[in-house]
Ligand binder design. Sequence first.
Ligand SMILES: [Zn+2]
Length: 233
Amino acid sequence: MGLLTASQLERLRAFVRGDLEPLAFERWFLGEHGMVGALGEDLHWDLTCADYRDGSEVRRLRQLLKDLINNDASCECWMRRDHDVIPMGGDGQDERFFATVDRIDDHGGRQWWLYLSRCNACEQHWLVAQEERIYDDFFIRRLSSGEAEAIVADGLWPSTFQTYEDVLATGLAMSQPCSFFDPLPGSLVWTVEDLLKENPGITEARIAELLGIEPGHVTALRNAANSSSSRGP
Ligand SMILES: [Zn+2]
């Protein structure tokens, strides 16, 4: 893929991972020159003539491009969406992604779930929210070099994941909450406590939605939080 400019490669990657819509990609691709050498004549022709409204055709093209780009990749950053979710454990996605991505700066303070990471292969920076109470996921956001610099140099963090409600809302949109057998596990009690501390006006219906439980269950958790003096992560 060395025959492509950095910006051409980035467009192709964004299309493969889904950050660039098919029709927007088509418009860009048809106006772009000098990629036949890197893509090969067959794939280049396919990409030129494809019907980008056809979902199965788009999936086929994305897979062909993915295989081609993967040959050159030394990390998994490029195939991750700008906003993405990585499950903890399970199929080992987290091990593969974090094999090259290192934690370099903790937010600290009230946002104990939040840190800045950097890939030692491609130098991409990621904002990471580690959510191990309700969803068991890493929620990640691709950062520009300017955003990463603002964190490192000035301690200025993006607004994403600044509240635990925002972290859980991300889980609600992109993942599935865990099931709990114990009705009052610490992870639920502490989370209800934290959500109420962040936003005393939050409704029980909203808490129930974020935690994937019934509204009546939230009342029991609130009572447990009020009577409990113990705290945990
Ligand atoms: Zn990387």
